[in-house]
Design a protein around this ligand. Structure first.
Ligand code: NDP
Length: 298
């Protein structure tokens, strides 16, 4: 029997814990956790993501602030807003929604966020801490942190003796995911667009993580029987069966065929996706605890 890993359910339990931790921080230290989300331009998908992040922050009892800037915002204006939020003691987490409009450079903006408020975990200080094995004092990128929790629902905290393959090497997901799996003692292979015999490498994986952005690329014969398959991809494809012009979301894994081989698998939607937003809330409450001089909750 294949286990379908229910990301919605796991995310809901993370959110319940965050609510309790933020309520305790407010009751005991008088500190209300604050998250600022910044969005530039009119991209509908980005607005949908930002809307759900702001809503979730409110549901967690946070002070939730959304800054919606027009498409023509300049680099200097955006940098000035980040500086204001950096200096605001009521804001513990700053998230600048990516991608930014083409005329803006995202890297200097991300690196201008104070590392202790970088709840997306993208600042070089936070990426560097993870790369050097410090999982305690930084903030870890939300999607890999969430994906690791899903892996742990199957394998527990110690992945000793297990082969993990991560397909995709982005700074946002692939690299931090590889480092997290390594920190849990898995033997990690990072694969990417230049990898030879990708199918063969994937077939050796006890834990196969796909973060590529190519609809249903991973096929059943890439999956070792009984392996755990974590599908990070979010791809919108045509769904003529739902009517003309309709679309549906699929992952990077051909779900139905791979589910018949895997021991455990995440669906899309309802797998890794809900974990990303839950981990954003978890990072924000950690940042608020540290700002209040209290130990970060586990
Ligand atoms: P990037 O585009 O930054 O990286 C994609 C990676 O896939 C690159 O390392 C690239 O290799 C590799 N790749 C591309 N084509 C192939 C191929 N044919 N074979 C092997 N490797 C290949 O994407 P992200 O990491 O940002 O995102 C990956 C996917 O995850 C996307 O679908 C995205 O939407 C989704 N995502 C989902 C999130 C969630 O909340 N669930 C959050 C973040 C991302 P190379 O480096 O050689 O170019």
């Amino acid at each position: 029997m294949t286990t379908v890993i229910d990301g919605k359910q796991v995310a809901a339990s993370v959110i319940e814990a965050v609510k309790a931790k933020s309520a305790a921080l407010e009751a005991e230290a008088g500190v209300r956790t604050g998250l600022a989300v910044v969005i530039v331009g009119d991209d509908p998908a980005s607005h949908a993501y930002v809307g759900s992040k702001s809503r979730m922050a409110k549901e967690c009892g946070f002070k939730s602030v959304q800054h919606t800037l027009p498409e023509e915002t300049t680099q200097e204006e955006l940098a000035a807003l980040v500086e204001t939020l950096n200096a605001d003691p009521s804001i513990h987490g700053i998230l600048v929604q990516l991608p930014l409009p083409k005329h803006l450079k995202s890297e200097p903006i991300i690196q201008s966020i104070r590392p202790e408020k970088d709840v997306d975990g993208l600042h070089v200080v936070n990426a560097g801490k993870l790369a050097t094995g410090d999982l305690e004092t930084g903030l870890i990128s939300c999607t890999p942190a969430g994906a690791l929790i899903l892996v742990r629902t199957i394998h527990g905290a110690d992945l000793s003796g297990l082969n993990a393959v991560v397909v995709g090497r982005s700074n946002l997901f692939g690299k931090p995911m590889g480092q997290l799996l390594l920190a849990c003692n898995a033997t990690v292979t990072m694969a990417h667009s230049r990898t030879k015999d990708l199918a063969g490498i994937c077939r050796a994986a006890d834990i196969l993580v796909a973060a590529v952005g190519r609809a249903e690329m991973v096929k059943a014969d890439w999956v070792k029987p009984g392996a755990t398959v974590i599908d990070v991809g979010i791809n919108r494809v045509a769904a003529p069966e739902k009517g003309e012009g309709k679309t549906r979301l699929v992952g990077d894994v051909a779900y139905a065929e791979c589910a018949s081989v895997a021991g455990a698998i995440t669906p899309v939607p309802g797998g890794v996706g809900p974990m990303t937003i839950a981990m954003l809330m978890a990072n924000t409450v950690i940042a608020a605890h540290r700002a209040a001089g209290r130990p970060a909750p586990k």
